[in-house]
Ligand binder design. Structure first.
Ligand code: NAD
Length: 297
């Protein structure tokens, strides 16, 4: 069984640690939050006093942090992952961060001859708990193959996306489409209702017609159409609007960097910014339908 070091014990990190422990790996953990450390210790993980201590005692390192700045902070620097990790080690960054920062960290890892992959996830907290995450992996293929047995403890689909940073690229393009499609489905259902269509009847038609998509058929934002989705549970997340806004902003940074035109991505970013500013941050992202309706739906 492997010696794994896990940095970032938030909503996603803690259940991921629990799944690694269930596969009998030794898991050393570090987080700035003492509460998160205590929770992981109660699950059977070994809390470490610093990143240096964690990395010195581990072969496989995971990070599951919020932002590119946080990942840079723990990966680079005198006592960071890339300075301390041995040449036999493997660094897996599962945070969702910008492509440029991810590629910068990969380049430094390559220079130091340390194996690294970027492996952001889709599937949310429920997927992290149930070990059904989808991993999108960027980096050298041999490192992807080496990581597979660990990622298999955490997810159902592990997909190789190509060279360094391509996992992050796949993640933000996917989520840009998701943000846009959620707004499109919301508008369609609101208009259908105003035109006198019963939402369930419209769902039966549209989910079997050419506008069918995941935002509609699996996660319909119109309350009362599907059971067990946030719209039928007062928009309790799920995936919060602030998380969606974070990913949309990353998509717009990437579009600027790559000189790509994404007018609907830009519009979705503006609409989610407004929704978050108006108090929707911790609402499920499908709750944007309420703002589009001008209040309650
Ligand atoms: P979170 O904010 O719950 O957890 C982040 C953790 O990192 C916190 O416990 C924080 O204390 C810790 N941290 C921050 N800086 C640190 C440092 N320098 N050293 C050690 N620990 C540090 O975030 P989350 O919801 O678990 O998300 C993690 C990543 O996964 C994000 O990039 C997010 O975009 C992505 N993601 C989240 C979801 C979701 O539904 N929550 C879904 C898919 C992807």
């Amino acid at each position: 069984m492997a010696n794994i070091g896990f940095i970032g014990l938030g909503h996603m990190g803690t259940p991921m640690v629990e799944n690694l422990l269930q596969h009998k790996h030794t898991v050393r953990v570090f987080d700035l939050s003492e509460e998160a450390m205590a929770k992981a210790a109660a699950l059977g993980a070994l809390p470490m006093g610093s990143i240096k201590e964690l990395v010195s005692n581990s072969t496989i390192i995971f990070t599951m942090l919020q932002t590119g700045e946080q990942v840079e902070q723990v990966a680079l620097g005198e006592e960071g992952i890339l300075t301390i990790l041995s040449k036999e080690g493997l660094y897996i960054d599962s945070s969702s961060i910008d492509v440029v920062t991810s590629r910068k960290i990969h380049a430094l890892a390559k220079q130091k001859k340390i194996a690294m992959i970027d492996a952001p996830v889709s599937g949310g907290v429920a997927g992290a708990k149930a070990a059904t995450l989808t991993f999108m992996v960027g980096g050298e293929e041999e490192n992807f193959l080496r990581a597979q047995s660990y990622l298999n403890c955490l997810g159902k689909k592990i997909i190789y996306a190509g060279p360094a940073g391509n996992g992050q690229a796949a993640k933000i393009c996917n989520n840009m489409i998701l943000g846009i499609s959620m707004i499109a489905v919301s508008e369609g259902f609101l208009l259908a209702k105003k035109l006198g269509l019963d939402p369930k009847k419209f769902f039966d038609i549209a989910s079997n017609a050419s506008s069918q998509c995941w935002s509609m058929s699996q996660y319909c934002p119109m309350p009362g159409v599907l059971d067990n989705v946030p719209s039928s549970n007062e928009f309790t997340p799920g995936f919060t609007a602030s998380m969606m806004l974070k990913d949309l902003k990353l998509s717009q940074e990437a579009a600027q960097y790559a000189d790509a035109s994404t007018p609907l991505g830009a519009e979705a970013t503006a609409l989610y910014s407004l929704f978050v500013e108006e108090g929707g941050a911790s609402t499920d992202f499908s709750g944007i339908i309420k703002m589009l309706a001008g209040g309650e739906v």
